[in-house]
Design a protein around this ligand. Structure first.
Ligand code: SAH
Length: 388
């Protein structure tokens, strides 16, 4: 079969099991149909593995297998290993929602698979993974026997791949929302109109932290989406938990989650508003503010602008929080690493004129593993700040 040949000296990343091949690293590109899997060779002719390729994408190829392993065998093994990695950590009577496959974090570029009780939700980011989808579905169906398999592939990155957004039912019955349990707490996951695959599973460990640290506090949960941090704060004994999101649908979902947990409707208010403006409201009296914005930097060139946005909301929250107070602040932009994010918080604290200490550092939950060979899989970082 025709192989893709890398330029001399440009094979180091792939030899180190990084998944991405940029066009600048390629010497010979044979004729092929976009999305096809091709062997990848070094300039000396050594077989380095197999990758799927797409001429339209800024990342020309993504490694599916390394060395001599056949690509389909590698996919099979990666799915098996991904399921094995999560086995034994969750008691389904307490937590029945988890990420099963975290793209390159599990060796499967372009693929997210989340399990919500017995409903499997896939998100496919690339044409190459689109071609592998039937195999993935077969493997996951065999292992899990889900009630339904849905796809929620509404990612801007798909446009670079020549793919339209797609949301729909792949197998089983149509499900609009599913009730999950996390740490014994029920939540509605909105599959019909929810964000991502339906729920921010990556914040599981931070939700537990909020539950532990909110007792007696007046909490402001910004970028609240499902209201899950508000629910956790109240179950942890918060005096009040107010939620803000620019999406009215998100605020309706958050209210449903209050009801599902038997929380009084006056336990917190729901504001459909822009957080940048809301944090300037004169009447705020909260002593625990949560900032969990969407990724402000979606690409490297966005970083400066993104840091300005992060600094603004952090400065406002640090100014507004009543002392002694807590601010739990996150960034889920891969391109803003923890060091840079800490610098942004440092500047925000300086401008706010408050004394700020980091009590804890946070990362994406463990079922979103970081592949040491592919550090781009680390994206979520957060600080619990103490302000006095
Ligand atoms: N903390 C949430 C997830 C937040 S996702 C959870 O754990 O479930 C980011 C949310 O921010 C989305 O719901 C989006 O609607 C909202 N959002 C984005 N920009 C916003 C803005 N400028 N003001 C208010 N909300 C915004």
């Amino acid at each position: 079969m025709n192989a893709v040949v890398l330029r001399p000296g440009r094979d180091k990343a792939v030899r180190n099991r990084h998944h991405w091949i940029f066009s600048g690293a390629i010497r010979d590109l044979p004729g092929f149909e976009d999305g096809a899997i091709l062997p990848v060779r070094s300039a000396e002719g050594e077989l380095l593995g197999h990758a799927y390729f797409n001429r339209r994408s800024s990342i020309a190829g993504r490694m599916v297998s390394f060395g001599a392993e056949a690509p389909e065998t590698a996919v099979r093994h990666c799915v098996e290993r991904a399921l094995a990695l999560r086995t034994g950590f969750f008691d389904p009577a307490v937590t029945n929602a988890r990420r099963l496959i975290n793209a390159e974090g599990d060796g499967l570029p372009g693929l997210i698979a989340d399990l919500y009780d017995d409903v499997l939700v896939l998100q496919v980011a690339t044409l190459g993974m689109e071609r592998l989808k039937p195999l993935v579905i077969e493997l996951l169906t065999g292992a899990l026997r889900p009630r339904s398999i849905l796809e929620k592939s509404d990612l801007p990155a798909r446009r670079d791949e020549g793919l339209e957004d797609f949301e729909g039912l792949l197998a089983g019955e149509q499900v609009d929302r599913v009730r999950i349990l996390e740490a014994g707490i029920p939540y509605w996951v909105s599959l019909a109109q929810g964000q991502k695959t339906g729920f921010y599973l990556d914040q599981r460990e931070s939700r537990a932290l909020v539950r532990r640290s909110a007792a007696g506090r007046r909490v402001l949960n910004t970028f609240a989406y499902s209201g899950s941090f508000s629910v956790c704060a109240l179950l942890g004994g918060a005096a009040r938990a107010d939620s803000v999101d620019s999406s009215g649908a998100a605020m309706a979902l958050a209210q449903d989650n209050f009801e599902l947990n038997g929380l009084a409707s006056d336990a917190g208010a729901f504001f459909t508003a822009d957080v940048f403006e809301f944090l300037r409201e004169p009447a705020l009296d909260h002593d625990f503010i949560i900032l969990d914005p969407p990724a402000f930097a979606k690409k490297r060139t966005d970083v400066v602008q993104a840091c300005r946005g992060y600094k603004d909301i952090n400065r406002l929250a640090l100014q507004r929080v009543k002392a002694p107070g807590l601010v739990l602040t996150f960034s889920c932009s891969h391109f803003v690493d923890e060091g840079l994010f800490q610098q942004v918080v440092f500047q925000a604290a300086g401008e706010a004129g408050r004394r700020v200490r980091i009590l804890q550092r946070h990362r994406q939950a463990f079922d979103h593993p970081v592949n040491v060979f592919h550090p781009e899989t680390a994206y979520l970082k957060g600080f619990l700040l103490y302000v006095d």
